[in-house]
Design a protein around this ligand. Structure first.
Ligand code: ATP
Ligand code: MG
Length: 235
């Protein structure tokens, strides 16, 4: 059984449907990338998986349990963590305070343990722990956002455009870090504009267009498909 299964989900905002029957899955040991044009519904899919939007129809199964109707806090308890595309840190709080927010539901000792783990994965966060998050560079902010999500010890991490706005060198660093999180046993689902880099570390990928599944396959298949290259990967 896959870790996450999204079955034929219809979802959107108010009475407007954005996803018109989307299906995806993620295995426990996978990195999976979702690509697709702006407005395709990629972020809407993540908001639906996380429970910020409740599907109008379809099913979401996580760890062999139906979670379609659960709220975000309940999804977190089940083991799903989410790094949003925008506003994913608290700029006026320090790095340490941001990590405390990420682990707010934890007991004191477990919280401290989680923060120490974050510092060991991302030493720069330890160096800057008493500085406000707004002083971080784009890449460092992304590391902080991922660390906040990791505070809940997820089995599945949803990353919405982790490389957005990063210089190419930092971009590479962020993807290396994603790989190392995966090596710690976390399944990862990534939405990404930098399809080459993201598919480069992924097992499989999905192409979403206009709120529907357009294509899926191994990362290599997607990277080498002439029609997808032409339409979605900039030729
Ligand atoms: N809060 C909202 N209320 C109403 N409509 C929304 C809301 N957020 C997004 N939409 C609409 O839903 C559609 C899909 O948006 P979504 O953000 O999921 O796309 P995306 O694939 O993530 O795009 P991008 O690559 O630009 O991030 C768009 O038409 C968008 O205008
Ligand atoms: Mg988006």
């Amino acid at each position: 059984m896959p870790l996450l299964e999204v079955h034929d989900v219809i979802s959107g905002y108010g009475s407007t449907d954005v996803l018109h029957g989307v299906s995806i899955s993620v295995e426990r040991d996978e990195i999976v990338t979702i690509i697709g044009p702006n407005g395709a519904g990629k972020s809407t899919l993540f908001k639906t998986i996380m429970g910020y939007l409740i599907p109008r129809s379809g099913k979401i199964i996580f760890s062999e349990e139906e979670v379609t109707q659960l709220k975000p806090n309940q999804k977190v308890v089940k083991g799903i963590a989410y790094v949003p595309q925008l506003d994913n840190t608290f700029p006026s709080l320090t790095i340490r305070e941001n990590l405390e927010m990420g682990g707010f539901s934890k007991e004191r000792e477990a919280l401290q343990q989680g923060i120490e783990t974050a510092y060991s994965i991302f030493p720069i966060l330890n160096d800057r722990r008493n500085q406000r998050a707004r002083t971080l560079s784009g890449g460092q902010r992304q590391m902080l956002a991922m660390s906040m999500a990791l505070m809940t010890e997820p089995a599945l991490l949803l990353l919405d455009e982790p490389s957005a706005g990063l210089a190419p060198k930092l971009d590479e660093e962020v993807f290396n870090q994603i790989k190392s999180l995966h090596a710690r046993g976390i399944a990862i689902l990534i939405i990404e504009q930098d399809a080459h880099r993201s598919l480069g570390i992924s097992d499989r990928g999905y192409v979403l267009a206009m709120g529907q599944n357009h294509f899926d396959g191994s990362a290599d298949t997607i990277l080498n498909d002439p029609q997808i290259k032409e339409a979605f990967l900039g030729g």
